[in-house]
Design a protein around this ligand. Structure first.
Ligand code: ADP
Ligand code: MG
Length: 342
């Protein structure tokens, strides 16, 4: 699908900060085989928007994040940042940031946190007082006091370091932030505080954020749009409100139906048994067909194209109608009910 056309049909005027077109990532294995970690993925993200990237462990979430920052091989397709063709912004460092789950190694152990936070601001031509106040604001935004600035990384708990790495990633107001399980290790109360301030900073500075998480309630809180990944492919993409209320793809129904905070009756969830197919044996049909209670022969034989839905989302499923309704009956799978396993 042509992402530029797609974006224009949404009535957006500005070039999005990031467009991903037909991205595939293959990891070489020993011998001549490859692991196809990402298979023909396309999407774009608008300034200030948060996309939640969800899917089971091994579905390729981290690989997408890494490929966007050149940390995983782009085997096919293109990752295009608007700022790359803009001569004013091209050379500004730190426009793209990533926060991982365990960022300990990313802090210089010999630097006080103050310096680690100030460092990304240096190339921006700020005067000393400005740097100081930005650094103080940043640490307070993740709920830590200014007095912590004069401590070294080892003096913090894992959760505190996680918060500092979020503060650092946002300090120079990047155009794109990739947060990979960035709040997953935090206590729930701290998590809520950090999510709130992340949301506020993102909106204030129009940071396009790709938020990777296995925690669906966190995604529901923070994301504007959600991409459901399975086996390195996009199954469904939709507004967060839309997809949590009424997922279309059977896999999305199974995955999102498992969210405890969303009121679902058993009949709104479906069972997913069995294992995903092996990454080394690409299926010709839908990758979910082997586990889908609604799969038809076509699903096994033919990979469903991604189709744009009237509500602006998109879905790759033979069993979703063009008007966005389901061509299958969830209640027919009720007797096999079982939660999807993370
Ligand atoms: P997720 O973040 O959704 O759990 P990943 O992106 O980490 O998924 O992994 C996607 C697939 O790619 C998995 O099958 C994983 O085993 C494989 N993979 C990830 N990194 C590498 C690597 N460096 N070399 C080979 N295979 C990898
Ligand atoms: Mg991961």
């Amino acid at each position: 699908m042509n992402m530029r056309e797609r974006q224009r049909t949404r009535g957006e005027e500005k070039t999005p900060p990031l467009i991903v077109e037909n991205l595939s990532v293959h990891y070489p294995l020993r011998g001549r085989r490859n692991v196809v970690a990402i298979d023909d993925v396309s999407f774009f993200i608008e300034a200030g928007e948060t996309i939640g990237l969800v899917g089971e462990s091994g579905s390729g979430k981290s690989t997408i994040g890494k490929a966007l920052l050149g940390m995983a091989p782009v085997t096919e397709g293109a990752v295009t940042y608007a700022s790359d063709s803009d001569s004013d912004t091209k050379k500004i460092p730190g426009l793209r940031q990533m926060v991982f789950q365990d960022p300990f190694g990313s802090f210089n152990p010999r630097w006080k946190i103050r310096r680690s936070l100030a460092e990304p601001l240096r190339p921006h031509g700020l005067v000393r007082g400005e740097i100081r106040s930005r650094v103080e604001e940043a640490i307070e935004s993740v709920g830590l006091s200014v007095s912590y600035l004069d401590r070294f990384p080892h003096e913090f708990s894992g959760g505190q370091r996680q918060r500092i790495s979020i503060a650092r990633a946002l300090i120079n107001r990047p155009e794109v932030l990739i947060a990979d399980e960035a709040v997953s290790a935090l206590d729930v109360s701290v998590q809520a505080q950090v999510l709130n301030s992340m949301k506020q900073l993102q909106q204030e500075h129009q940071v396009a954020t790709i938020f990777i998480s296995h925690d669906l309630s966190v995604v529901q809180f923070i994301a504007d749009r959600v991409i459901v990944l399975y086996f390195g492919q996009i199954m469904e993409e939709a507004s967060a409100a839309g997809i949590f209320a009424k997922p279309k793809h059977p896999y999305a129904v199974a995955l999102l139906g498992a969210l405890p905070s969303v009121k679902t009756t058993t009949k709104d969830r479906i069972q997913v048994r069995g294992e995903p197919p092996s990454q080394e044996n690409q299926t010709k049909g839908c990758p979910f067909a082997s586990r889908c209670p609604f799969a038809l022969e076509t699903c096994v034989q033919e990979r469903p194209a991604i189709r744009i839905m009237p509500d602006g989302g998109s879905v790759a499923c033979h069993r979703v109608n063009d008007d966005g309704s389901r061509d299958y009956d969830i209640s027919s799978a009720i007797e096999h009910f079982e939660d999807i396993k993370e």
